[in-house]
Design a protein around this ligand. Sequence first.
Ligand code: FES
Ligand code: FES
Length: 177
Amino acid sequence: MTEKVEITVNGEPTTADVEPRLLLAHYLRDVVGLKATNIGCDTTSCGACTVLLDGESVKSCTVLAVQADQQSVTTMEGLSPDPERLHPVAAAFRAEHGLQCGFCTPGMVMATVGLLSENPSPTEREVREGLEGNLCRCTGYHNIVRAVLAAAGRDPQEAEDKPAELAAPGFSTGSSE
Ligand code: FES
Ligand code: FES
């Protein structure tokens, strides 16, 4: 049995007959063909699949495609369709070296866009708390925090020399795992 869904993705209408169990993450990657939305776990814990659903950041592996019917999704591709004109958040990640392998980056950037839409000028602590659902295996998070602060128009130096106990659980190690 399949159900028809109509989902606007990055401003373009998409439609398909899908199984009710199909995850939005798989809809985006396998039906629409947008591969920036990564899948890094099967426990809804890594955040690599984060997209905006009607403007709010969600882990697309926790949403069924049928639940997104008649809604709008923005992925990393939609945020910066022109590589020469990066979205300010993506530009800040590049400027502050907020990535290494890049696997977590689309999810981090989309989560940051969601965070800044709710809190346009977060403190260093609020950045760490706001992104605690997004994991990175490479960076130790420090430059990611700098990038988010920079994207918010704050001084990235606010991320400097913070003791580990100020960091939120799951976003706190400050070292490679
Ligand atoms: S793939 Fe969605 S949280 Fe890891
Ligand atoms: S840059 Fe490699 S997982 Fe974050």
